[in-house]
Design a protein around this ligand. Structure first.
Ligand SMILES: O=C(O)CCC(=O)C(=O)O
Length: 298
């Protein structure tokens, strides 16, 4: 692992903010060269995957790590990965990735609906505890400028990650109380707690929006896409191999040192994070809201 990541560990203030608000913005996570290279890769995949039928609608492609080594390198990016282990601890891996390309909305295309959801779908129906557990988080790497609203920004309700339900307007177009667009510059990364209520939004600008989403979860949670990465496992980089899912079935529950080299690396380089079990959780709020017609889960 690149030791420079130690310069980017989660601070106490960042931890409090993430715990309270359910998201965290990391500005300048990507340098200009990386933005450029990643944009070329996204454009290449977009031109391969975009069908005539899809036209200029949203394209979302999952399982992207195997597409290019530059995409793989984001998994343990020094400016971002320390925030991920800072929140989730060391028994983690990359369980899901996707790239999203949102071209400017066609004025004739009026069918755009907001789709407010917490991530992980059935998890939200089948887990019988309030608040629902965090389990995973996602990092969005923004390659284009969404520093102003109306550019297909991710919409979030800050602090809603502890609410099991969201009151959504019935029209399928307007947003719930408290919704805000995430406004960030190209090169920013945004961590979102999987439980924060969020939605894609219509892109009314002239710029195509491009975002890469990297999901991290505990090793005992199944992958959410095909994760075609086995052939990329590299003995010379054990932490990355862990992040790509190396290890036996039982090791995800009961790891020994060889199964979780991230723990060993942290013991040597950042002992307080190696000792991670659980950070204090914020207090639950009572489940008082009524689910609206348009509230969904993904
Ligand atoms: O691309 C976005 O702005 C949001 C994506 C999203 O809703 C999701 O990945 O669950």
């Amino acid at each position: 692992m690149d030791p420079s990541c130690l310069e980017h560990c989660l601070t106490d203030n960042e931890r409090s903010f993430f715990n309270e608000q359910g998201y965290l913005i990391i500005e300048d996570a990507l340098d200009l060269d990386s933005i450029d290279r990643l944009t070329q890769i996204v454009d290449r995949i977009d031109s391969r995957e975009r069908t005539l039928e899809l036209g200029d609608k949203l394209l979302s492609v999952t399982n992207i790590l195997h597409e290019d080594s530059t995409l793989l390198d984001l998994v343990d990016l020094p400016t971002v990965f320390p925030k991920v282990w800072g929140v989730l601890g060391w028994n983690i891996y990359s369980y899901h990735t996707h790239m999203d390309v949102t071209p400017p909305a066609n004025a004739e295309f009026t069918a755009w609906q907001v789709a407010w959801h917490q991530d992980s779908m059935r998890v939200n129906d089948e887990i019988e505890i309030h608040p629902r557990p965090r389990l995973s988080l996602k990092v969005g790497f923004y390659l284009t400028d969404v520093s102003e609203p109306g550019r297909g920004n991710t919409l979030i309700v800050p602090g809603s990650h502890l609410d099991d339900e969201l009151d959504c307007p019935e029209d399928g177009l307007s947003n719930p109380v408290g919704a805000v667009p995430l406004c960030v510059k190209p090169g920013s990364a945004v961590l979102i707690d999987r439980r924060i209520w969020h939605s894609r939004s219509r892109n009314d600008s002239r710029m195509t929006r491009k975002v890469l989403w990297y999901g991290y979860s505990y090793r005992w949670l199944k992958p959410k896409d095909d994760m075609t990465v086995r052939h990329l496992l590299d003995d010379d980089d054990p932490v990355r191999a862990q992040l790509l899912g190396a290890g036996s079935a039982n090791s995800v529950y009961d790891p020994v040192d060889d199964d979780v080299p991230l723990r060993g690396w942290l013991s040597e380089n950042r002992s307080k994070d190696a000792a991670w079990t659980k950070h204090p959780r914020p207090q639950a709020r009572p489940p008082s809201m009524v689910r609206g017609r348009n509230a969904g889960r993904q």
